[in-house]
Write a protein that binds this ligand. Structure first.
Ligand code: ZN
Length: 420
């Protein structure tokens, strides 16, 4: 009888609320249950199956579409590995939280550490590619050379895996230096280009706590999205446990993205779910720039990040906008932001170096930390403030340097001479 009375007074809204709570509890329980030995783990809340042919370009930093994530859903991506010393730690950290991510592998890194690529597969992460040599100016390459970089990178990763099926048709352009020709080629191959929704600037010489701050701040500004990180960076290794704990504390959920196959069709979605989202439900979508929605394009109306966070120089915006016209941006389709989303140089960079850089960036990713310096950072966090930014000549050979250095002890890595 009591039950009947209660049912009688419940409104449909109450029933919906109860169902929602039940679904939430079920999801939480599922996450914990899926992570034996780690009852407080963040977990992976769901797997999103995507069809690269239907959505060939994603990531609101550069494109009209991004992944169809719900509020408070996050996709973790890691570039430039594997560098065993740091990448293996990233794997351990993700495993402890039962979090699945997507890794964009450099071909020559896969050649240097093929077991590192297989570890990704064995851990159930998605594996995409990131060219063979991580060219710093892919947007200035001939399409023939760019195709070679793409193809060689894929071949190297497949060789490392020894299994074609383990490689996802996902690709991230080094430095996000897109061109139409590269995009068309990748689309013709059925490969999905992953830009991102926000980075955490972890390739810069900043502290791990700064990486954490930036990641959380930008995620909160967006409310959801694809976070770009680098598993080769010691500061990212140091920041990641805290980032994951904070995601859990703030109610974020991790989504694992995999490519559709004949056996596993794409997750049903509506076209509008792939369109840009406002950074939060409190910002009217009509006020949100159509393309792109990255925070730099409209920092004045967002809670963060602020331009001052990004080591940008205000005076560069015109130069960058002009440069974008020469970078092959498709007219009338996806205009570049007034200020390109990628920091072109840090405040540590030699003066004037960025004035001739193409959009969106050429040196940002290539200012990658040498493994030796990565170790130094953990010991003396402030030391990097005094380190010179690598010259272009140094950065061009960096991917190779990293692969060579991967097998060496930190003590054998020479500190570069002062930038010229
Ligand atoms: Zn990269």
């Amino acid at each position: 009888m009591v039950g009947n009375v209660l049912v009688g007074v419940r409104t449909p809204q109450w029933a919906a609320l109860c169902l929602g709570i039940l679904a939430f509890i079920t999801a939480q329980t599922a996450s914990a249950a899926d992570c034996p030995g780690h009852p407080g783990a963040l977990g992976t809340s769901r797997t999103l199956v995507v069809d690269p042919k239907e959505h060939p370009r994603i990531g609101s930093m550069q494109y009209a579409e991004t992944l169809p994530l719900r509020d408070h859903e996050v996709v973790l991506t890691f570039d430039d590995g594997p560098l065993p010393r740091n990448s293996n730690q990233v794997l351990d950290i993700l495993a402890a939280q039962c979090v699945k991510a997507t890794f964009f592998i450099i071909g020559n890194m896969a050649q240097a550490a093929p077991e590192g690529v297989r570890k990704l597969r064995d851990a159930g992460h998605s594996i995409g590619t990131h060219t063979q040599n991580h060219p710093s100016r892919m947007n200035r390459m001939s399409i023939e050379r760019a195709r070679q970089e793409i193809d060689d990178g894929i071949a190297s990763v497949k060789t490392a895996l020894g299994d074609d099926t383990a490689l996802a048709p996902f690709f991230r352009i080094p430095g996000l230096s897109r061109t139409e020709a590269v995009e068309h080629y990748l689309a013709s191959q059925g490969i999905q280009i992953w830009s991102a929704d926000f980075p955490a600037d972890d390739w810069h010489h900043i502290s791990s706590s700064r990486v954490y701050d930036i990641a959380i701040k930008r995620l909160e500004a967006n409310g959801r999205g694809i976070l770009l990180l680098h598993d080769i960076q010691a500061r990212t290794v140091a920041a990641l446990p805290r980032i994951l704990r904070e995601l859990k504390a703030r109610g974020y959920r991790i989504v694992h993205v995999v490519p559709a196959t004949p056996e596993q069709p794409a997750t049903p979605t509506e076209p509008q779910q792939w369109q840009l989202h406002p950074p939060s439900e409190t910002v009217a979508i009509s006020h949100w720039p159509k393309i792109p929605n990255f925070v730099f394009a409209s920092a004045e109306m967002l809670p963060g990040p602020a331009l001052s966070d990004l080591d940008w120089r205000q005076g560069q915006s015109m130069t960058l906008a002009e440069a974008s016209d020469h970078a092959g941006r498709p007219g009338g389709r996806v205009p570049l932001p007034r200020e390109a989303p990628w920091p072109r140089q840090s405040s540590l960079a030699p003066g004037g170096a960025a004035n001739v850089l193409p959009v969106p960036a050429q040196s940002i990713f290539e200012i990658q930390e040498r493994p030796g310096a990565a170790t130094q950072e953990l010991a003396t966090p402030s030391h990097h403030a005094e380190l010179p930014v690598p010259t272009e000549r140094e950065t061009e050979g960096l991917a190779k340097l990293i692969s060579v250095d991967a097998s060496e002890s930190p003590g054998t890595i020479p500190v570069p001479v002062e930038a010229q």
